[in-house]
Unconditional design. Structure first.
Length: 404
């Protein structure tokens, strides 16, 4: 046991690591709340936890430390600290749910310096054992099955909350009400779901659910919920669709992840229409080129590249970039809606040729850094999406490097 590590430092390091791990997987606010609740509950058994305070993020400032521990904690028997640490980890692991719980313990172990992990282990909080114990409980069915109605309510409310935060309460209500009403004619589960106009009625949930939905086949419910999420994404278009997908993935209750997979719901495969992807690619090309020239020249260069390939790739024929409209946003890139019917691999080949054409037209000096700037401007989410279409930016970079 490392006598140089004080109780205050040991517990403080564990709490800060836990806050960081949960915050990355969900949000800082959720991490703050769940840890405060765990400490408050354990304080009933371990009175010395009164020396520990998890400060609310509401009062955050430059001198702010979310974990505040009084020096009096150093006077407590370290073995008692170990017992409390063990129960704290077990409590948080259970709250994180089946899938996230496994990774939570693993990440805690990786985040702690060796001497801290060794000390915690020696006083009763063996992270390897806790992980094995957790996996055993999961396999033995320690967690009860979640009902369909609970999953539906969680997903719909999550969509509502994200839309409300990003746009407005009115936009959130109108968007989801319209989509759920429309889907109710083709997706059985939505005939069991009733939306409530919470804009005018206070203290009522956005949706009411008939419990009979729990009797439906899980796969059918999964297909319908996947369709709902996809429809919301399609409705957003340029209002931040990919960012919305990431928010859904990060904010879904971790305890529901296994259940969602069992139902066939995979947030990762939800995609934006090809029309929007092409718009962002072309707008990003213009933006990168505009950094070292005028916007009008950048637009001309991209339009010329499209024109050069419109015979081979006919879907480029009706694409037009309007430099005047670009100031109003992505609508300055006009894309025919039937581009969504173009085979993905064919669309990818066309985009690859256009990007290569522009890179070559820039010449050696400017072309050398063009692809890297384009990737950063496009963003990780859209970069992954065009890679799925078959666009290989690495190959363009490789050719440039060989040329130079």
């Amino acid at each position: 046991m490392d006598a140089s590590i004080q109780n205050k430092e040991l517990l403080g390091r564990l709490l800060r690591s836990t806050l960081g791990i949960i915050g990355r997987r969900t949000s800082d606010t959720y991490a703050n709340i769940i840890i405060r609740e765990a400490i408050a509950k354990l304080s009933e058994k371990y009175v010395f936890l009164k020396y520990v305070k998890i400060n609310s993020l509401l009062y955050k400032n430059e001198a702010f430390d979310v974990v505040e521990i009084k020096d009096e904690l150093n006077n407590i028997d370290l073995n008692e600290i170990g017992k409390a640490a063990k129960e704290f980890i077990q409590s948080i692991t259970e709250a994180m749910g089946k899938e996230a719980g496994f990774f939570f313990i693993k990440e805690i172990k990786e985040s702690l310096p060796y001497d801290y992990e060794k000390t915690i282990k020696e006083v009763g909080a063996d992270l390897d054992f806790l992980q094995l114990e957790f996996l055993t409980e999961v396999k033995e069915g320690a967690y009860s099955e979640t009902k369909h109605s609970e999953i539906i309510k969680h997903i719909v409310n999550l969509l509502f909350d994200i839309l409300e935060k990003d746009f407005s309460r009115d936009f959130s209500y109108k968007t989801l009400d319209e989509i759920i009403t429309r889907l109710s004619t083709s997706q059985e589960i939505f005939s069991y779901v009733k939306t409530n106009d919470i804009r005018s009625v206070q203290n009522v949930d956005f949706i009411s659910i008939n419990k009979d939905v729990d009797n439906l086949d899980a796969k059918d419910v999964g297909v319908s919920l996947q369709k709902l999420i996809q429809e919301v994404i399609n409705n957003l278009d340029e209002k931040g669709g990919f960012e919305f997908i990431e928010k859904i993935k990060n904010q879904i209750n971790p305890d529901y992840n296994m259940k969602l997979k069992d139902m066939g719901i995979d947030i990762s495969v939800i995609k934006l229409r090809q029309e929007l992807v092409v718009k962002h690619v072309l707008r990003s090309l213009v933006d990168v080129l505009s950094d070292s020239s005028t916007q009008s020249y950048a637009v001309m260069l991209v339009n010329n590249a499209l024109k050069n390939y419109e015979i081979k790739y006919s879907y480029f024929k009706d694409i037009k970039i309007d430099s005047v409209k670009l100031s109003q946003g992505i609508d300055g890139v006009e894309i025919p809606t039937d581009i969504d019917s173009v085979r993905a691999s064919e669309l990818g080949r066309g985009l690859q040729r256009v990007i290569e054409e522009i890179s070559t037209a820039l010449g050696e000096e400017a072309g050398r850094f063009f692809v890297d700037k384009f990737k950063r401007r496009l963003g990780k989410a859209y970069l992954l999406r065009i890679e799925e279409l078959g666009v290989n930016l690495h190959m363009i970079e490789l050719r440039k490097n060989l040329t130079f």
